[in-house]
Design a protein around this ligand. Sequence first.
Ligand code: MN
Length: 340
Amino acid sequence: MLAAKVFGKEDLRLVEVERPALSEESTEVIIKVKAAGICGSDNHIYHGQNPFATLPRVIGHEFVGEVAEIGDKVTGLEIGDHVVVEPITYCGKCYACRQGMPNVCKDLKVSGVHVDGGMQEYVKIDVKQAHKINKNIPWTTAVLAEPYTIAGNATTRAKVELGKTVLIQGAGTIGQLILRMAKAKGASVMISDVLDSRLEFAKLNGADRVVNVVNENLAEKLDEWTNQERANVVIDAACTRKTFEDCFEFASVAGAIVPLGMSAEPCQVAQKPIMQKQLTVYGSRLQAYQFAPVIKALEEGMLTDDGVVTQTFSIHDIQEAFDLINKEPEKVRKAVITFD
Ligand code: MN
């Protein structure tokens, strides 16, 4: 069967690999992959910039498919079921797991990063990682479940809810999905970016206010919008040094901040706003327990595809997909790889 493997920096190859087989008496499931989204982090692995990834690696952590085979001990799943794959495994026993944070388990393994992922025709997973989704949801919509769980985790961590004001810095794909998630949870949302095209899309996604920081002053706009209170929740989906530092000024009293960047570069943050406003900074890595609510919201039409998936490519043309993402990034919100 075919697999898309990164061997080194900008060295992505379609290779023939052995189809996985079930172990005896197992809770394993073999999924026939139908669609896999390309994430910014896949592109980082492609460029040799993901410090967590080990090579060679079959990339892809946003994938969905059909149940092809099930182990003897599997219950609750049948051949032919449509599933979204939860791309993490964890020990269930360490401190993080005991705190309800398996997403930062000491033995965390992420598909497409630490173990082979979804950009191949068949994948073997444990039944715990398979989340059933209605067969009437198109594969190219179901494939957004994983990116939506990232938005679900960030907004859950910061307790985004009805009546709160949320500022999202950065209207890229993750920023837009966080916007939709925050609106679905009943919050009022201001979103900022440097590109009008992204802000136009944000309006379609329900943004209450959009701010282009190239020609508008975000602090001023925020003060106007919140009557000087500033934002109850600030989410940094732009992940630059400045947007991170600004979070502490943009947060209201008793506010919450979710920085999504992973840069190792130090930033300058004063102690005063954290103490004075009693701020809480929430780290948010991957997701914990977000698949069930996201899939339900997709099935009920509360969360949708609507313009997020901009291109689909056959697995045979995966190089073309990466070339487009790297040469014309402004044309791509989410490119999805499909399988026959
Ligand atoms: Mn992703």
